[in-house]
Design a protein around this ligand. Structure first.
Ligand code: OAK
Length: 823
């Protein structure tokens, strides 16, 4: 390192050193002194102080990467659901104790500052949170990675309830300042849209085609630190924000039409204004395609022009980078790289394809056919005319290849075309990703199997080696170490602290399942965590929960396939039996049913289901006969922050999707690692959870995927279950009677009628099996020693679900990017 590139001095890692830095930030960064500082001032100063401590590591990581040019991962994702940053930064930098002591010497409570942080909700659910776990793991494992995504000005909406109905509020997460980001307006890049394609004669005499764009916007990068856990590495997450190329069109401005002059700016900045709140159901909106191309074009340009060294021979690109496509949202990167190589660099098509087809890999995160993105060619051609041409050419070459392989099977060839012809001509993004990608992976064993056998079956026959599985994982730093300090302490006391970066070490807890004292302490911690969430809910919503009950928790996006209605039918059925006198409340296991779920604003049935959960909850919670024994809580605005206190308090994890519909689930893993037992179907990663923990510590129920298929093929009639199952009938009748809607039968009629006549996700078919499994839950819970034994074993056998292991699998099966240990 040359002298003038030596980074700033390391901050003094002492309590006094921290206090000095903090006060300096308060004075010089916020312009206040301690006596006048608001909590937000203190939080911002604190966040900046902590990031200063990470700065040397970040600069050093960047410097070394520039020098080594090691093979890296560029994780392209339209969503990164990060959660709060402060705690994670403190943990990664090993500053927790110093900071706590330093702040307390100033009379400041660290917990208060923690609570001042507004989490960046730049994702909808599973897919975005997975991206955040993955970049955490890569940093911790010393793997060079850049995350590329979108800095939405408004993240996932804030959910409120008005009379039990979901009402969305904008998520103004930037309002009070965003101390974790580093804007770089000077490094903005131009992203083009629209216009047309023209033919021209290049200098070498060859006739070529090029894009003549119609309009453009600037993409401004905002960098975020992604600190590894106590390892000196800090990777980068780069989120792009849209800005107008000219803030004002002066000609228009001078002509006096001020509003028109500002319009162009507003139009451009709309691109990153808001996250689309649909989880796995694309709406096919033009602005959405603009978002996708915007961040992908900016990212490729940034990588090629700024991250690669000057003079880099792009023929070697596949040795230097893997662009991982997080579902189909960034797939437009494939024709974009082709365009750069062919149109801008003047390469032959075949050379360009040979490089492009080695740079990308695609992860699919769904099985729902309606979730697979397709872009009508009208829309795509209008927004990105050259890309559409390139896609057509990729498809032509692909179809020609297929016709050679399957000369007598034109039907198959058409099925596999990247271009769909019906109901409108459209580009199938998953097919494009499969054709161009080196690998295609599903996110749990069953999901990958179904991708191979069903959704992408023709492709897996044609490219048998392309398909692989990488089962999802979650970061143990955030979801155990930070979320559950009490359990983390107990684990560390028992097996040392190595588990935080090597989660397989949790297996060392197995023998302790037989240790009565360990079990007692384990139970005590669960109770402590129940009190913790009870306090949070009391303060936040005025909700009362009884910690001396079983916590039965279902938190996830509201979707029919996840079957919140099945859970509700269980609750209503219990209520109905108790209130009709057929069941003695004294014999019912006291339970707190907790829900957390946002519904896409346009998904009306999902919003109705939220209304029904709240209505049932209100009725049960107001019934004095059930007080302290049965209650339903549904805190509004479930997000990463709430997950971190709710999950560690759970006894029972509800993972009850219809088999074959949930790609993986990751909440299921977080619950397991925090000592909850799962009641679940044979779906997604539940399959692996059950295999690892063992049947006797898991409550399995419901149809299997092949059984679902058979039943649907035979013709599924939900009303037959209603007719033949008395408790199901009574529960549905009670809802239909208006018992939860002041006698108004119309309010929840759409839900009842949907279940009786359609029930796309077979809730009624699985009802009895679910009720029987819940009876097994009650029986097991009645024996606290046995229950705790199972809970301990869930933790001990959960090590596989670390996202560090997922990253190892991606590295071995897809990326081949060795870690770069610190110097
Ligand atoms: C979002 C948009 C389009 C397609 C899929 C999603 C999505 O969030 N899928 C979820 O991804 C998670 C991470 O892989 C899985 O655990 C969930 O099962 C899946 O629904």
């Amino acid at each position: 390192m040359t002298e003038n590139s030596t980074p700033i001095a390391t901050r003094e890692r002492t309590v006094d050193g921290f206090v000095r830095e903090f006060l300096r930030e308060l004075n010089f960064g916020q312009g206040v002194d301690l006596s006048r500082a608001s909590v937000n001032d203190q939080y911002l100063a604190m966040a900046r102080t902590v990031r200063h401590y990470l700065m040397v590591r970040w600069l050093e990581t960047l410097r070394r990467q520039g020098e080594l040019q090691a093979k890296s991962v560029a994780y392209l994702s339209a969503e990164f659901l990060l959660g709060r940053q402060l705690d994670n930064a403190l943990l990664a930098s090993g500053l927790e104790d110093i900071v706590e002591e330093g702040l307390s010497s100033l009379g400041i409570d660290l917990a208060t500052l923690r609570d001042a942080e507004v989490e960046p909700g730049l994702g909808n659910g599973g897919l975005g949170r997975l991206a955040a776990c993955f970049i955490d793991s890569l940093a911790t494992m010393n793997v060079p990675c850049i995350g590329y995504g979108i800095r939405y000005e408004y993240g996932i909406f804030q959910q409120t309830f008005v009379d039990g109905w979901q009402v969305e509020k904008p998520d103004d997460w930037l309002a009070l300042g965003s101390p974790w980001e580093f804007p770089h307006p000077e490094a903005a890049v131009r992203v083009n849209f629209g216009g047309s394609v023209e033919q021209y004669q290049a200098d070498d005499g060859v006739v070529r085609r090029r894009w003549v764009p119609g309009w453009s916007v600037l993409a401004v990068p905002y960098n975020y630190m992604v600190p590894g856990f106590e390892n000196g590495r800090v990777n980068t997450l780069r989120l792009w924000s849209a800005q107008a190329t000219h803030a004002f069109d002066l000609a228009i401005f001078n002509s006096g039409d001020y509003a028109e002059a500002v319009r162009a700016q507003t139009f451009a900045e709309n691109i990153t204004k808001v996250l689309y709140p649909e989880d796995s159901t694309p709406q096919g909106k033009e602005l959405r395609l603009q978002q996708q191309y915007f961040f992908v074009a900016a990212s490729l340009k940034n990588f090629i022009d700024e991250v690669l060294p000057e003079g880099f021979d792009l023929h070697n690109l596949p040795d230097r980078i893997n662009f991982q496509l997080n579902d189909t949202h960034p797939v437009i990167a494939i024709p974009e790289l082709m365009r750069i190589l062919v149109d801008e660099k003047g390469w032959d098509w075949d050379d360009a394809w040979s490089v492009t087809s080695k740079c990308f890999a695609y992860t699919c995160h769904t099985l729902l056919p309606e979730a697979l993105e397709v872009w009508p060619v009208d829309l795509l051609g209008r927004l990105l005319p050259r890309h559409l041409e390139i896609i057509y050419r990729i498809n032509d070459a692909f179809l020609a290849e297929l016709r050679q392989e399957y000369p007598d099977d034109e039907l198959r060839v058409r099925r596999m075309s990247i271009i769909a012809e019906y109901p409108v001509r459209a580009v199938r993004m998953a097919y494009l990703a499969t054709v161009a990608g080196t690998k295609v992976n599903g996110v749990a064993e069953l999901h990958s199997q179904l991708l191979r056998d069903k959704v992408l079956n023709d492709f897996s026959e044609y490219y048998p080696d392309k398909f692989t599985n990488v089962t999802n994982g979650v970061t143990p730093r955030r979801f155990v170490r930070l979320a559950n300090p009490a359990l983390s302490g107990l684990i560390t006391e028992a097996i040392g602290d190595g588990w935080v970066t090597d989660l397989d070490k949790l297996s060392g807890l197995e023998p302790l399942a037989e240790d009565a004292e360990f079990r007692r302490r384990f139970r005590e911690i669960k109770l402590h965590n129940k009190h913790r969430i009870a306090d949070v809910l009391a303060t936040r919503d005025g909700t009362v929960v009884n910690p001396d009950t079983m916590f039965d928790v279902m938190v996830k996006r509201l979707h029919e396939y996840k079957r919140q209605t099945l859970k509700l039918l269980h609750i209503v059925s219990l209520y109905e039996q108790v209130t009709s006198g057929r069941l003695d409340i004294g014999s019912v296991t006291p339970r707190t049913f907790a829900f957390g779920a946002k519904a896409a604003p346009g998904y009306l049935l999902a919003k109705q289901i939220i209304g029904l959960i709240n209505a049932v909850g209100r009725t049960i919670n107001e019934d004095p006969a059930l007080e302290g024994r049965l209650s339903v809580v549904f805190p509004a605005n479930y997000n990463v922050t709430l997950a971190e206190t709710l999950i560690p308090a759970a006894d029972l994890s509800e993972q009850i999707s219809l088999a074959g519909k949930e790609a993986s689930g990751t909440g299921n893993m977080k619950f397991m690692l925090n000592g909850a037992l799962t009641i679940g179907t044979d779906d997604g990663a539940n399959v692996e959870i059950r295999r690892l923990v063992g049947d006797e510590h898991f409550f399995l129920f419901g149809l299997t995927e092949p059984e679902v298929e058979q039943l649907v093929d035979r013709g599924y009639h939900p009303s037959a279950y209603y007719e033949t199952n008395a408790s199901l009938r009574r529960a549905l009748d009670l809802i239909a009677s208006g018992a939860f809607s002041n006698g108004d039968r119309a309010v929840f009629e759409p839900i009842v009628s949907n279940l009786l006549h359609e029930d796309r996700f077979l809730a009624l078919a699985d009802f009895q099996a679910y009720i029987d499994a819940q009876a097994r839950v009650d029986a097991a819970y009645a024996d606290p020693e046995q229950w705790t034994r199972s809970a301990v074993l869930n933790v001990a056998r959960g090590g596989f679900f670390s996202s560090d292991r997922s990253m190892r699998d991606y590295i071995d099966r897809i990326w081949h990017t060795p870690p770069v240990p610190p110097a």
